[in-house]
Design a binder for this molecule. Structure first.
Ligand code: C2O
Ligand code: CU
Length: 554
């Protein structure tokens, strides 16, 4: 493979959207940030200069990075933030993935405007498992806030609650026709009649899944999360934050332009639903008849269409072919059952302003994850105790009826706080069933994302998981591979993977408000027996951690 070098300058820059100008953190002053294009087998060196006013990190979302946790990016998990005025060079090994992924900031909520596509083309001498498209187009979905995201995060941490909805969504940085002062800049994708386009779709929205569709055009999904899948013809897609999809579309309709829409699956602005849809235009080159009135998609699922969201995921299948083989674990060494909940927690300090000394929180197995002051990777590698506990449980502490509010006791509505990680042996096979819950009457989808692996999604369903009958429905033949799985509202999803990547790997809900409320944990995969199965040694320089943590290092 080839080696590519990039400079990412992280800095504030001004943007005017929704009739207002604000300064926000970007890479190289662009929103979305620069797209990276490379081939499978290549290596990237990305030198990140932090010219912003607070520490940041950059994450290579969905890249396995074998044994290379040092360059993974989640703050306080594999590194401390890059301090203002300094730089850090990431090494990114594109060994296994192919298709579309993305990179984004992985500190606090700065992902909002610090993100960009990562396009991984087939390795030299190989090609797509579908006919060569005529051209391709990145479509990146994001949230736009008039307010500073750090202020919003601070509010979310002090009060909880839904004070953190976006003011608009955006396709390639543009809010689209439905929002004030946006009509002139609506994103247009220019197409030629008769050609087929590969859409590389990235959802980097902060806090909701999106439905996407193009009026009068069929979508054929051919890739998910950096691997190809069996072609799936759909009139819409459902894509969660953290997911990426490759979709073919043929420009074969008679009029000059058609609307594309991305609309939220869940959004507290439901009363005002139309305003939270972002639009873009699929525009034909040449002299075609303009429509007499705008051509809107008629098939986009509505707000809270749980069925449409769940159905989409269940239809994805990996290629599982000779050229694209898969290796689904047929037996399981460690089985975990993990509840995914919104709940309350005792305020950790006086700055919190929730009711009764509590605030809204979220949890996995009733534990709200707390970031340590020294990154877990360093604490683990250097054997420094006191920064994490190795006792993340294999199941929740209480059994209850997950999808109904009944039978909730205080120790289910109130989570524990801690930095509790799960240790795995090298090459152990793991199965995790995630159970969405309705604790606090707040069931929603949760896109659970795992670093360091692509896992197989072997099953998903609505309601309470039944450990007698549901495992009988598992697909162990051609399940799709992914890095982010939607755990349906009041439903469940089961994944399997082999712990063949030694290192420290974060797992979290890809809604930023849930991640910062504690819907996360960490896997530490022990070294294997040989040099090639051990975590690589750290680079000579890692960004320093805070004074406290540094004292602990001595
Ligand atoms: Cu895209 Cu840990 O995140
Ligand atoms: Cu969530």
């Amino acid at each position: 493979g080839k080696v590519h070098y990039y400079d990412f300058v992280v800095k504030e820059s001004n943007f005017t959207k929704l009739c207002a100008t604000k300064s926000t953190l970007t890479v190289n002053a662009s929103f979305p940030g620069p797209a990276i294009r490379a081939h499978k087998g290549d290596t990237l060196y990305v030198n990140v200069y932090n010219q912003g006013t607070y520490g940041v990190t950059i994450h290579w979302h969905g890249v396995k990075q074998p044994r290379n946790s040092w360059f993974y990016g989640p703050e306080y998990i594999t590194q401390c933030p890059i301090p203002t005025g300094t730089n850090f060079t990431y090494q990114v090994l594109l060994t296994e993935e192919e298709g579309t992924l993305f990179w984004h900031a992985h500190s606090d909520w700065s992902r909002a405007t610090v993100h960009g596509a990562l396009v991984i083309l087939p390795a030299d001498g190989t090609t797509y498992p579908f006919p060569m498209p005529d051209a391709e187009q990145i479509l990146l979905f994001a949230s736009w806030y008039k307010e500073d995201v750090m202020v919003l995060m601070d509010e979310a941490l002090r009060y909880g609650g839904l004070t953190v909805l976006s003011d608009s969504y955006a396709i390639n940085g543009q809010p689209g026709d439905f929002y004030s002062c946006s009509k002139d800049t609506t994103f247009r994708m220019w197409v030629d009649y008769g050609k087929t386009y590969l859409l590389r779709i990235v959802n980097s929205v902060q806090n909701t899944d999106m439905f996407f569709t193009i009026a009068d055009h069929n979508l054929t999904v051919v890739g998910w999360d950096g691997s190809y899948i069996k072609p799936l013809k759909m009139s819409y897609i459902m894509i969660t934050p953290g997911q990426t999809m490759d979709v073919l579309v043929t420009a074969n309709q008679p009029l000059s332009h058609y609307y594309m829409l991305a609309s939220p699956y869940f959004d507290g602005q439901a009363d005002d639903f139309d305003k939270s849809i972002t639009s873009a235009i699929f525009q034909y080159n040449g002299n075609y008849t303009p429509p007499s009135s705008p051509v809107w998609p008629t098939n986009i699922p509505g707000f809270y269409d749980i069925g449409a969201a769940a159905l989409f995921t269940t239809r994805l299948r990996s290629l599982a072919s000779k050229e694209h083989p898969i290796d689904v674990p047929q037996s399981v060494d460690t089985r975990m059952f993990v509840t995914v909940s919104i709940n309350m927690m005792r305020c950790p300090n006086a700055s919190c302003a929730g009711p009764d000394g509590n605030r809204l929180a979220s949890s996995l197995n009733n534990i709200s994850f707390a970031n340590p002051s020294l990154d877990i990777l360093q604490a683990y590698y250097r054997n420094i105790s006191g920064y994490f506990d190795e006792n993340f449980p294999n199941k929740p502490p209480n059994l209850f009826n997950f999808t109904s509010d009944a039978l909730l006791t205080d120790n289910v509505t109130l989570s524990d706080q801690g930095t509790r990680v799960k240790i795995l042996d090298y090459n152990e096979t793991v199965e995790i069933t995630f159970q969405g819950t309705n604790v606090m009457n707040s069931g929603e989808n949760h896109p659970i994302h795992l670093h360091g692996f692509r896992f197989y999604v072997v099953g998903t369903g609505l309601g309470n998981f039944d450990n007698m009958s549901d495992p009988l429905t598992y697909n162990l033949v051609d399940p799709p591979e992914a890095n982010t799985v939607p755990v349906p509202k009041d439903g469940w999803a089961t994944i399997r993977f082999k712990a063949d990547n030694p290192g420290v790997w974060y797992m979290h809900c890809h809604f930023d408000r849930h991640m910062s409320w504690g819907m996360d944990t960490v896997f530490i995969v022990r070294n294997g027996p040989t040099e090639e199965t051990k975590l690589r040694p750290p680079p000579a320089y890692m960004p320093p951690c805070g004074a406290d943590a540094l004292a602990g290092l001595q």
